[in-house]
Design a protein around this ligand. Sequence first.
Ligand code: GRF
Length: 203
Amino acid sequence: MTPEQPCRRVRLGVLISGRGSNMEALAKAAARPDYPAEIVLVLSNKADAAGLVIASDMGIPTLALPHRAYASRSDFDTALDTALRQHGVELIVLAGFMRILTPAFVQSWPGRIINIHPSLLPLYPGLDTHARALAAGDSEAGCTVHLVTEALDDGPALAQARVPVLAGDTPETLAARVLAEEHRIYPEAIARLARSIAAEVTG
Ligand code: GRF
């Protein structure tokens, strides 16, 4: 990129439910002037998510939509969709968002929802991935960035990182080793996707 061709920054909406360490890693990457995307909203289904405070302290707009305030999953997803579109979000980044999205929601954002999962998909979709990898006696573990489809933790993989499983590992020690890789590959994969979205939209 040259100074004559400023890069258009694709607008990201980051969905979280808790700690927000992947969101924080992404926000730090996006603070660099050459990063091809910006976080325009961090939204949580939990009002007490620690990540909302981190985002707010970094000057990023935040919103809590407590899912229990909605009569149905579909009503919640409608509110989610409205908030994201009001903020001009172009790419939805799931970062520890512990709600399953309805098929109607996923279909209305085709190719525009990305997730990170703490396993080497297709191994161990769902919860407790590190405990399951240890119970299986796996010699390596890792994380996968993928596009979101209607099936849980499915969809085309965009990036993967591997780490060794070490003698004496617990789910916690293994999770910490994998998390360091998540913080590295998620901002990289989002940058690649953002560049292709920017190219698509601007032609
Ligand atoms: C990460 O391990 C991510 O892979 C999974 O949920 C966790 C979220 O952690 N989807 P954080 O909130 O980003 O710290």
